[in-house]
Design a protein around this ligand. Structure first.
Ligand code: ADP
Length: 298
């Protein structure tokens, strides 16, 4: 008894310690990895061998969470870098205009031309900053949307009336086609912005003599808003990325037209914030259709 009891006890303790360290080893590894991860190095993973027990599931969930965090950080960095780049271009333009004008004495007409250019650059900067702010606020979930009944047909008619001079100036026929009466719960200002972004693009990327048509249809539960143009169209390889921030299908042309590639990202956010979605169909040379589905008010 004197020998067997302490021996059994020692064996039990050793066995317990061995089992505990085997079971808790992976948790220790999770703790150490978590301690080493900072915002600068999100590439570490636990990569524990897959096992169906609790620790295995914890490790897999931990790695999946790191994947999402790494992706979110990368997206944020890209956004900041792209935003700085976009702000730099009009700023550089603005200061070089001033430099050139101050180079030597100019005629009043030349000063006037320079000031007009400076005003246009400043307007572009203001527009860009407003777009960046909208997206930054949307990311933080701070952009509160109203939820009031909006009669979409009226909204479309009013917006088209406001945009008619712009279309006319560019020699484009802007028309509404069959506006079905439908009411959705949403934010009038944001929905107007969505429509302006789509119609503005349609006008921008359609040569003079073309046509832009806005349709509003409905089924039992959804309103379907479609903006169709007879413009330059979009190549198929661009379509999947068109709603990404700063994405431009035709860099040279869209830069000339003044866009930073944020209009569609904002339109996409507005559609999703209303429980809807936006889609595009396009053929190079014959035009594009952007369609937005929005749930009707109950
Ligand atoms: P931008 O401000 O550059 O117009 P958007 O996000 O509104 O940015 O659009 C992204 C890109 O999608 C544009 O640069 C353009 O290449 C393409 N695009 C958008 N709408 C149209 C359209 N109706 N027809 C042809 N291309 C379009």
């Amino acid at each position: 008894m004197g020998l067997a009891v302490p021996l059994t006890l020692a064996l039990a303790i050793a066995g317990g310690l061995f089992l505990a360290s085997r079971a808790l080893g992976p948790i220790d590894r999770i703790t150490r990895t978590a301690g080493r991860i900072g915002a600068e190095d999100l590439s570490r993973r636990l990569a524990l061998p897959a096992s169906p027990d609790e620790v295995g599931r914890l490790a897999a969930t931990f790695d999946a969470m790191l994947d999402r965090l790494e992706e979110a950080f990368a997206r944020q960095r890209r956004f900041t870098a792209d935003a700085s780049h976009e702000l730099r271009t009009p700023l550089a333009l603005l200061s070089s205009r001033a430099e050139v004008a101050l180079d030597r004495p100019r005629t009043p007409a030349e000063y006037r031309a320079t000031l007009t250019g400076v005003r246009d650059d400043a307007a572009r900067l203001t527009q860009l900053l407003a777009e960046l702010l909208t997206l930054a606020r949307a990311d933080r979930g701070q952009e509160a949307l109203a939820r009031e009944p909006v009669a979409l047909a009226d909204l479309v008619a009013d917006t088209l009336a406001a945009l008619a001079p712009l279309a006319e100036e560019r020699g484009i026929v802007l028309a509404a086609d069959a506006l079905a009466p439908c009411v959705i719960l949403g934010d009038q200002t944001r929905l107007t912005q969505l429509l302006i972004n789509l119609v503005d693009n349609a006008v921008k990327y359609t040569p003079a003599g073309g046509q832009v048509t806005v349709q509003l249809a409905r089924d039992a539960a959804t309103a379907l808003l479609a903006v169709t143009d007879t413009g330059i169209g979009i190549a198929p390889e661009h379509l999947p990325r068109l709603f990404e921030r700063f994405y431009r299908a035709d860099t040279a042309r869209s830069r000339g037209a003044g866009g930073a590639g944020l209009g569609l990202a904002i339109a996409d956010w507005i559609a999703r914030a209303h429980g809807g979605q936006i889609a595009v169909a396009s053929a190079v040379g014959s035009g594009s259709t952007f369609s937005v589905r929005l749930p009707l008010a109950p």
